[in-house]
Design a protein around this ligand. Structure first.
Ligand code: DOR
Ligand code: ZN
Length: 343
C-alpha cells in the first residue's frame, strides 16, 4: 500500500544551533519543504539581524537539501519595538513571532511577563501581517501544570483575540479539550498545531509503571479525554489545524536526569508518526490536507508543488540518533513503525 502526498511542511520545529543543528536538520529537511523554526536559542533570536544569521546557519547545515526553506520567527520580548517588527515584516523570511510567557518552558526566561506590555508590538504585527505563534500556558505557580493551557486560553488568549481581530494567531501544540473547543469556536484568524505525541499518548503513558522522561514535554501530556478531543479535531479535517511536530531535541543525559528537560524528538519520523495516527482512526484521506494544505493556507503561502510517497513497510526506530558529542532518544525508540517515506 502506498500514499502520495503533496510535500508537507512542519509549522513548529526546534532546530537548535551549532553541532545540534547539524545533527538534526537533515531529519526534517529530507521530507519537509519548509519548517517554522522556533527562536528559543541561548541567547534568543530577538531581532531581524539575528534571525538572518540563524537562517544562514540553518541553510549551511542543510545544504544537502537545497530545497529546504526555513521560515524564521522572532522571540517576543517586552523590549521588542514596533520598528523592529516592521523590519521583520519587510524581511520576507520572518513569518511569525513567538510568544513565550516568561518561565513557561525551555529558554523562555527572556519571554513576556506582562502581556499588556507587548500590546503595541502586537498592534505592529497585525499591521505587518506577521503571525503570532503562542506557547499557551500560564506560569502562575498556583495553577496546576495540567490546567495551565486551559487557564491561558481563558485569561490571556481570549482577551488578546478580542483586542486584535485581524492578527493571525496560532495556538501551538494544543493539548486539551478546551483548546480543541477554542479552535472550533474561533474566527478565521485563529489556527493551531498539534504534535504527534499529543495525538498518541496520555499521561498514563508517561507515568504508569515508572516515570518516563522521554515523554516529558511542555505543555505536558494530559488525560486521555484530552487526547481524544485532539484526535477528533484532527480527524474531522478542521481547516485551521495543521502539522507542527514541536520536535525538540535534548541530549539523552539532559532528559534522563533528576531535573529532565522538556521536549520530545520526533523529526526522524514525523510524517510517518502522523500517518500512523490518521490510519488508526480511519482518516488517512485527511492526512494530506493536515500536513500540506492547512498550514500554507493559514500562513498565506503557496502549497508545495512536489510530492512525497509513503509506503506501508514496517521498520524499527533506532534506539538513539547522534547529537553532537552525545546522543538523543527519539520518539518510539526501538519500536516498529508501519509507514516509511520512499526515497
Ligand atoms: O517540550 C518542549 N520543549 N516544549 C517547549 O515549549 C519548548 C521545547 C524545547 O525547546 O525544548
Ligand atoms: Zn516548541
Amino acid at each position: 500500500m502506498q500514499l502520495t502526498l503533496t510535500r508537507p511542511d512542519d509549522w513548529h520545529l526546534h532546530l537548535r544551533d551549532d553541532t545540534a543543528l547539524n545533527a538534526v536538520v537533515g531529519h526534517t529537511a529530507k521530507t519537509f519543504a519548509r519548517a517554522v523554526v522556533m527562536p528559543n536559542l541561548t541567547p534568543p533570536v530577538i531581532n531581524t539581524e539575528l534571525a538572518s544569521q540563524y537562517r544562514d546557519r540553518i541553510l549551511q547545515a542543510a545544504k544537502a537539501y537545497p530545497g529546504f526553506d526555513p521560515l524564521m520567527t522572532l522571540y517576543l520580548t517586552e523590549q521588542l519595538t514596533p520598528e523592529e517588527i516592521a523590519r521583520a515584516g519587510a524581511s520576507g523570511f520572518i513569518k511569525a513571532c513567538k510568544l513565550y510567557p516568561a518561565g513557561a518552558t525551555t529558554n523562555s526566561d527572556a519571554g513576556v511577563k506582562d502581556i499588556q506590555k507587548i500590546y503595541p508590538t502586537l498592534e505592529a504585527m497585525q499591521r505587518a501581517n506577521l503571525v503570532l505563534c503562542v506557547h499557551g500556558e500560564v506560569v502562575d505557580p498556583k495553577v496546576d501544570i495540567f490546567d495551565r493551557e486551559a487557564v491561558f486560553i481563558d485569561q490571556i488568549l481570549t482577551p488578546l483575540v478580542r483586542e486584535f481581530p485581524e492578527l493571525r494567531v496560532v495556538l501551538e501544540h494544543i493539548t486539551t479539550e478546551q483548546a480543541a473547543t477554542f479552535i472550533t469556536d474561533s474566527p478565521e484568524t485563529i489556527g493551531a498545531t498539534v504534535t504527534p505525541q499529543h495525538l498518541m499518548y496520555n499521561r498514563n503513558d508517561m507515568l504508569v509503571g515508572g516515570i518516563k522522561p522521554h515523554f516529558y514535554c511542555l505543555p505536558i501530556i494530559k488525560r486521555d479525554n484530552h487526547r481524544q478531543a485532539l484526535v477528533n479535531l484532527a480527524m474531522s479535517g478542521h481547516p485551521r489545524l495543521f502539522l507542527g511536530t514541536d520536535s525538540a531535541p535534548h541530549a539523552r543525559t539532559a532528559k534522563e536526569s533528576a531535573c529532565g528537560c522538556a521536549g520530545m524528538f520526533s523529526a526522524h519520523a514525523a510524517i510517518e508518526l502522523y500517518a500512523e495516527v490518521f490510519e488508526q482512526h480511519g482518516a488517512l484521506d485527511k492526512l494530506e490536507a493536515f500536513a500540506s494544505f492547512h498550514g500554507p493556507d493559514f500562513y498565506g503561502l503557496p502549497r508545495n508543488a512536489d510530492t512525497i510517497t509513503l509506503e506501508k513497510s514496517p521498520w524499527t526506530v533506532p534506539e538513539t540518533y547522534g547529537f553532537g558529542d552525545d546522543v538523543l532518544v527519539p520518539m518510539k525508540a526501538g519500536a516498529e513503525l508501519q509507514w516509511r517515506v520512499r526515497d
